[in-house]
Write a protein that binds this ligand. Structure first.
Ligand code: CP
Ligand code: NVA
Length: 311
């Protein structure tokens, strides 16, 4: 049902489509754990453009696609002509002649839009400054594995109004989840993302709270999520950001406000600023399950966009 579609943001995906990708990811996890030989991507190739660093996204994709029998080609920022001698448009036109899928990690989200416009193969957003949809599929899979459901749960975000938060906002209401968001003044999520999230929350009857008070956000939450205060490309703002986020560190003290069954999540890489070791390495933390699930979810997305999900 998703054959030929791009995967730019979860805003473009319905409740049923996200559920399908999560179910497929869970099935793939079972197959991989059983060491089943499953090679639907034999004869298929994916180009992976990385304009920024990556551990999880790069390794989970390269490994996952090889388990499926396909080929994933890593193209770092100094490996191809892009950005120096060639435009994004021409890169998209050429790479999609060779490859069945293009996955890209970029700075500006408009680069994902441009790639998608000119590529004859589906484009997968592997992180832009606005969205990180693959991460949120893995996160929702980990939440579903932990609680057995998504609907009715409350997510609290404590931190920056960044790409990871935007992707949670794009998907949570559709999955029946409430959102309580605390960001410092000046670090709120983008207005257009908030507007869409509000519409979705009304449509699906879920709660959306925006505050500057971490305690208020965490109150009654089942899931506490944060991310780095200094995203890739923001290094020159580091000093100011560390100052502006004072009081936003996730600690056991802050979590006292949460529901008794609270868990902690973080997409990684993590710094101690936003969460202390006591929470990060505690039994409440499912951060390494999230990381593991990055592989099954990107495998599911690749199969679905290629129309290989029923094989
Ligand atoms: N969470 C995530 O995308 O990690 P990487 O930057 O290591 O890919
Ligand atoms: N917000 C972070 C996520 C890293 C996976 C960044 O964009 O750097």
């Amino acid at each position: 049902m998703l054959k030929g579609r791009h995967f730019k943001t979860l805003q473009d995906y319905s409740t049923e489509e996200i559920t399908h990708l999560l179910d497929l990811s869970i099935e793939l996890k079972k197959r991989m754990k059983a060491k089943e030989k499953y090679r639907p991507m034999e004869g298929y190739s994916m180009a992976m453009i990385f304009q920024k660093r990556s551990t999880r996204t790069r390794v989970s994709t390269e490994t996952g696609i090889s388990y499926l029998g396909g080929h994933a080609l890593f193209l770092g920022k100094d490996d191809i002509q892009l950005g120096k001698n060639e435009t994004l448009k021409d890169t998209a036109l050429v790479l999609s002649r060779f490859n069945d899928l293009i996955l890209a990690r970029v700075f500006d989200h408009s680069d994902i839009e441009e790639l998608a416009e000119h590529s004859s193969s589906p484009v997968i957003n592997a992180l832009s400054d606005k969205f990180h949809p693959l991460q949120i599929l893995a996160d929702f899979m980990a939440i579903k594995e932990h609680f057995g459901r998504l609907g009715g749960l409350t997510i609290a975000w404590v931190g920056d109004g960044n790409n990871v938060l935007h992707s949670i906002m794009a998907a949570a209401p559709k999955m029946g989840m409430n959102l309580r968001i605390a960001t410092p003044t000046g670090y709120e999520p983008m207005q257009d993302v908030t507007d869409r999230c509000k519409e979705d929350a009304e449509k699906h009857g879920t709660q959306l709270v925006l505050t500057t008070d971490p305690k208020e956000a965490v109150r009654g939450a089942n899931v506490i999520v944060t991310d780095t205060w200094v995203s890739m490309g923001q290094d020159d703002e580091k000093e100011r950001r560390l100052r502006d986020f004072a009081g936003y560190q996730v600690t056991m003290g802050l979590a006292e406000e949460a529901s008794d069954d609270w868990i902690f999540m973080h997409c990684l890489p993590r710094k101690q600023n936003e969460v202390d070791d006591e929470v990060f390495y505690s039994d409440r933390s499912i951060v390494f399950d999230e990381a593991e699930n990055r592989m099954y979810t990107v495998m599911a997305v690749a199969l679905a966009l290629l129309g290989l999900d029923n094989s």
